[in-house]
Design a binder for this molecule. Structure first.
Ligand SMILES: NC(=O)c1ccc[n+]([C@@H]2O[C@H](COP(=O)([O-])OP(=O)(O)OC[C@H]3O[C@@H](n4cnc5c(N)ncnc54)[C@H](OP(=O)(O)O)[C@@H]3O)[C@@H](O)[C@H]2O)c1
Length: 272
């Protein structure tokens, strides 16, 4: 199955590209000659990255500041991109965040915003953009899940479930699209040092104390593995051998055994 070649009027739409893994996925795609449409809320950071990529790789870059929890903002994306004369050949649903702590202490607005960003936006953008790819017999979708998709995650219950959704949805969508010229890849990173922990109210030291050092992979390396997997049409990409072993183990081990252990170890549960 041929991975879409970069063309003058095609682009990769990358959500959550204002920092971390998404910014590095945009860098990796631009390095391969793809124009990029950068989407997130922080327009200033998107603009800086757009200038960097246009200068370094001579690709077309576009910035669309949008809050992906907002169905109206998501619905406006296809029209806005079409108005700019571009067709989306590569869709990267990468925006996401986690809350931390027990569900019974959770903030309702934050939990719902997480469901909208991590699940609803993925479903919505696939629904909005995949049909055109099928018509053109050309397209590739990359959705960012997590190794948290392979087992429930006490202390981040909604987050773990949202990533299990992304993995299940991506696998099913990929099977539906077999033979259409459109592929679906689900990226499942282990821990990566980005703005992720800080957004969740956790210091880098706290985050790094929870998981062994050898599981942490730099964002640029995760992005490279993701785009290589996407180009090869792989269904699932788990960067790092330790994370691959951990994901399979966590999936297979009896949940009644592993979940109490995980709940005891989670720093935002252990305190209560
Ligand atoms: N870091 C890890 O350890 C790790 C591990 C496994 C999976 N992941 C997943 O990797 C993806 C990227 O996370 P990261 O680690 O790169 O963290 P990050 O640096 O915090 O990046 C998160 C991105 O999502 C965007 N975003 C969040 N809420 C949004 C909203 N409502 N509308 C639009 N954009 C929104 C942020 O942009 P704005 O704030 O500018 O809107 C930012 O660009 C996430 O899906 C995350 O779940 C991360």
């Amino acid at each position: 199955m041929a991975f879409p070649l970069p063309k003058e009027n095609t682009a990769a739409l990358v959500t959550g590209s204002s920092s971390g893994i998404g910014a590095d996925i945009a860098r990796e795609l631009a390095r391969r000659g793809h124009g990029v449409v950068l989407v997130a809320r922080r327009a200033d950071r998107l603009t800086t990255l757009a200038e960097e990529l246009a200068h370094a790789h001579r690709v077309r870059t576009e910035v669309i500041a949008a809050d992906l929890t907002d169905a109206g903002a998501r619905g406006a994306l296809p029209g806005e991109i079409e108005r700019r004369g571009l067709t989306v050949d590569i869709l990267v649903n990468n925006a996401g965040f986690t809350t931390m702590g027990a569900v019974y202490r959770a903030n309702r607005d934050a939990e719902l915003a997480m469901v909208r960003t991590n699940i609803e936006a993925v479903v919505d953008l696939c629904t909005l953009f995949v049909a055109g790819m099928v018509t053109r017999h050309r397209g590739a979708v990359l959705n960012t899940a997590s190794t948290a998709a392979f087992q429930p995650l006490p202390g981040q219950a909604v987050y773990g479930a949202s990533k299990a959704f992304v993995l299940s949805y991506g696998r099913a969508l990929g099977a539906e699209l077999k033979g259409t010229g459109v592929t679906v890849t689900t990226l499942c990173p282990g821990p990566v040092e980005t703005g992720f922990a800080e957004t969740a109210g956790m210091s880098d030291e706290e985050a790094q104390a929870t998981l062994p050092k050898f599981m942490w992979i730099p964002a640029a390396q995760v992005a490279r593995a993701a785009v290589e997997g996407l180009a090869a049409g792989r269904a699932v990409v788990i960067p790092g051998a330790a994370n691959r072993v951990g994901a399979v183990g966590a999936h297979l081990v009896p949940k009644a055994w592993i979940l109490p252990f995980m709940a005891r170890r989670h720093p935002k549960l252990a305190a209560h």
